[in-house]
Design a binder for this molecule. Sequence first.
Ligand code: NAD
Ligand code: KPL
Length: 302
Amino acid sequence: MWHILGAGSLGTLWATRLARAGCPVQLILRDAQRLRSYQHAGGLTLIEQGRAQRYAIAAQTADHPQPIQRLLLACKAYDAAAAVSQLAPRLAVGAEIVLLQNGLGSQEEVARCAPQARCIVASSTEGAFRQADFQVVFAGHGHTWLGDPLDVQPPAWLEDLRQAGIAHDWSLDVLSRLWRKLALNCAINPLTVLHDCRNGGLLEHPAQVACLCSELSELLHRCGHGTAAEDLHNDVLRVIHATAANYSSMHQDVRQRRRTEIAYLLGYACNAAERHQLQLPHLQDLYSRLLSHLDAHGLPSH
Ligand code: NAD
Ligand code: KPL
C-alpha cells in the first residue's frame, strides 16, 4: 500500500500513475473538509497531452487508524516535518518514507520526527502544476533519482515505479544530486525574482550568474560534494537557454503570493557557508536582497 500525503502537483502525478498500474494507493488529505471536497470532485484528474483522465483513488485524513508501511511525502519542504509528526503514531515498524521535497534541510527535519522509519530521498526533474483543485497537468517528463544516504540497498518497490512508468534510478549519491539541483535553483530562481524576468532574462546579467556559480561551486566543494560542482556554470547557462521562455518556480510563487521554499534553497546554502566559515559575499547579498523583497511583498522569509 502506498500512502501518499498531499494531493498537490507531484502527489497527484505519483498517485494517478501508481493507481493506473494497479498499485494500491491511499491519499492522506489535510482535514475532513478537504476530504469532502475531494469526494465531491470524484477523484484526482491527471491531464496529459491535453487529455484528462479521472482516478477515483481512496482517501483518508491523518487521524485514520490504518498503519502506514510506505509513505510518499508530496508536500512542500516547509510542511514536511509537521506532516510526518502528525503521522508518526501510524508509522509501522520498518516503515519507509519517500521524500519528494526540493532543496535540502527538510530531509533532516523529517528524519528527526520519525527516527524509526527509513527515509528515502528523491530528486526529480518531472514537472507538474495544478490547473484546479484535484486537477493536475503533467507538464514536463523528467527523471527521478532516489537514494538512501544511510543504506545502499534499493527497496523492492522500485518495481512498482517501473510498472507505473515513473522514470527513475536508484542513486548511490542522491545527496550530490540534491545539492546540484539546489545550486541550479540558487543561481537562477532568486535572480529571476529580483529582476522580475523569465529565466531567459538572466542572459542580460551574465556577470551576476557567473559570480554566483563560482561561489556555489566553492560551497559544494567545501561541503564534500565536489562532483555536484563539475561544470556548474555551463549547466546553469544550458538550463537558462533551455527554459528561457519560462518563469522560474520561485518567480511564480512570488507572483501568486505563495510562500516560497527559500529556507530550503538559498537559506540552506547560506547557512551551510556560515557553518563552514566560508565568505560568499554575492550569495549572502542575494539572500538579503531576496529576504527584503519577500518582506516587501508580505511573504514569509522561511
Ligand atoms: P503543491 O503545493 O502542489 O502540493 C503540496 C500539497 O501538500 C498541497 O495540496 C498541500 O495542501 C498538501 N499538504 C501540505 N501539508 C499537508 C498535510 N499536513 N496533510 C495533507 N496534505 C498536506 O506542491 P508540489 O508542487 O507538488 O511540490 C511538492 C514538492 O516537490 C516541493 O518541495 C517542490 O519543490 C517539489 N517539486 C515539485 C515539482 C513540480 O513540478 N510541481 C517538481 C520537482 C520538485
Ligand atoms: O527548477 C527550476 C525552477 O524553476 O525551480 C529551474 C527551471 C531549473 C530553474 O532553476
